[in-house]
Design a protein around this ligand. Structure first.
Ligand SMILES: [Ca+2]
Ligand SMILES: [Ca+2]
Ligand SMILES: [Ca+2]
Length: 229
């Protein structure tokens, strides 16, 4: 337990380079499941050009442009995050790498979460997102400051204009994504940092889940697996 606590302090120290939210819950894997509201991040970084903004029942909009209204009422926890501003909503608007698009993981608009794992191993990553068009449906996921190939280019094509769980990787051959290619290998029991970073601006992020089994979550997914001390 002492070792685990000291690891947590190291993680929190590492995290001090980004803004730490007050009273953010920490999370725990139980029975092969981690479930987290996107809006319960512990901090964000690399947010000078694009940033994640919380939308909820009180905060109904962020920086413009943003072509669509808030989707908070149908979000899990009635809150979600969106990368704004959104300057590319369709193919006719200019693609500017490093501004409204970032194909490389871990370079822009990064969210940080801390999770205690009881069971190491391979976990599929699921994200509940709301996509309106063709240029707001990609994100990357990483682990402990690294960005493995299996966390790059999460992609949504189906389920437009509604909150949709997905776990598929965009590839050269399959732009709509291939199942079972998005996963993280948790090397040890104990504390680990899960991170998400921008691929396309305007991405709307409600909730995420890790699961040992590749099984589509139902509805808003399982209840958050908050760490109990
Ligand atoms: Ca939007
Ligand atoms: Ca966009
Ligand atoms: Ca949410």
């Amino acid at each position: 337990m002492l070792l685990n606590q000291s690891k947590l302090f190291v993680l929190l120290f590492m995290s001090s380079t980004y803004y730490l939210q007050a009273q953010t819950p920490l999370f725990e894997e139980r029975d092969g499941i981690v479930a987290v509201e996107a809006e319960h991040f512990v901090g964000q970084s690399l947010d000078d050009i694009r940033k994640w903004y919380r939308l909820d029942e009180q905060i109904k909009e962020g920086p413009k442009p943003d072509i669509d209204p808030s989707h908070a009422t149908s979000a899990s926890g009635q809150a979600y995050l969106e990368i704004l501003p959104d300057t590319r909503t369709n193919h006719s608007e200019k693609l500017i790498p490093g501004e409204n698009f970032m194909n490389t993981a871990g370079k822009m608009a990064m969210l940080h979460y801390l999770v205690y794992f009881n069971n190491p191993g391979k976990y599929y990553v699921w994200v509940r997102a709301y996509s309106t068009g063709s240029e707001d449906n990609g994100i990357h996921v990483g682990l402990d400051g690294e960005w493995p190939e299996s966390g790059q280019r999460m992609q949504w094509c189906e389920g437009k204009k509604q909150w949709t769980w997905e776990s598929k990787q965009r590839t050269v051959e399959q732009h709509c994504g291939v199942p079972e290619l998005i996963y993280l290998e948790i090397p040890t029991a104990g504390w680990h940092e899960i991170t998400f970073s921008m691929r396309e601006d305007g991405f709307e992020f409600d909730k995420w889940m890790l699961s040992k089994e590749y099984k589509l979550p139902e509805g808003s997914g399982p209840a958050e697996t908050i760490r109990k001390f």
